[in-house]
Design a protein around this ligand. Structure first.
Ligand SMILES: [Zn+2]
Length: 223
């Protein structure tokens, strides 16, 4: 069951929940070239793999909004399978490297060959996908974790943010985990996300999509 799905010309975007924590994975792909970009593959590889096989996609990028285990556990396996490089902000490198310990704190014992991180994300960086069919702007939004990032694009004909666990519908990411800071997440959202138009669709890290206008009006943490 998709959380979000739309297309423009050959460009598709689909978001669906993965694993016990229902962490949203987003796949952007072209049905012309079959190139695909995956954001937060999630805890298990099966859902994203199913989409890849069904549409015969070639994954060229594996991006992460942050390094929490429910968003990154299947990333190493996906990289192994597709040879696509992994992108993460350096502020969350320790989470990626410490995946097995992270997961153990939540009761999971993982057996995983950890991939290296191929590229570090930085604030305002532009990620070009599919020979420029789509560009994603990286917005560093620390607060849920120190390496948290959102991705902005207007290539679907309207503004869109993939926000990870920074902003949820009428909520914000938890800040009680290591590297969390409530004042910082509020400031990241107000100063770096609320500058986008009210109509900006926000694909969140868990649960339904929302938009910037509604969050300015109704989010109890931000009004
Ligand atoms: Zn998280």
């Amino acid at each position: 069951m998709e959380v979000y799905k739309t297309k423009k010309d050959h460009l598709h975007i689909v978001t669906f929940p993965v694993g016990d924590f229902a962490s949203n994975c987003t796949v952007i792909y072209s049905d012309a070239t079959k190139n695909a970009l995956v954001i937060d593959p999630g805890f298990t590889i099966a859902p994203v793999n199913q989409l890849i096989q069904k549409n015969k996609l070639k994954v060229t990028h594996i991006l992460h909004t942050h390094g929490h285990f429910d968003h990154i556990t299947s990333s190493s396996e996906l990289r192994e399978m597709t040879k696509a490089p992994i992108y993460l902000h350096p502020g969350d490198e320790h989470f990626f490297k410490d995946l097995i310990h992270q997961a153990s704190l939540f009761g999971y014992s993982l057996k995983i060959n950890l991939s290296p991180i191929d590229h570090f994300l930085s604030d305002n960086q532009i990620i070009e996908f599919d020979q420029g069919t789509l560009s994603l702007k990286v917005i560093h939004t620390p607060g849920h974790s120190q390496g948290g990032c959102c991705f902005f694009t207007d290539n679907f004909g309207y503004p869109m943010l993939i926000a990870g666990d920074t902003l949820f519908k009428q909520s914000v990411g938890r800040t009680d985990l290591p590297g969390g800071d409530f004042d910082q997440i509020v400031s990241s959202i107000k100063n770096k996300l609320f500058i986008y138009p009210d109509a900006t669709v926000v694909i969140t890290g868990h649960g339904p999509v929302t938009n910037i206008g509604d969050e300015k009006k109704y989010n109890p943490y931000l009004t």
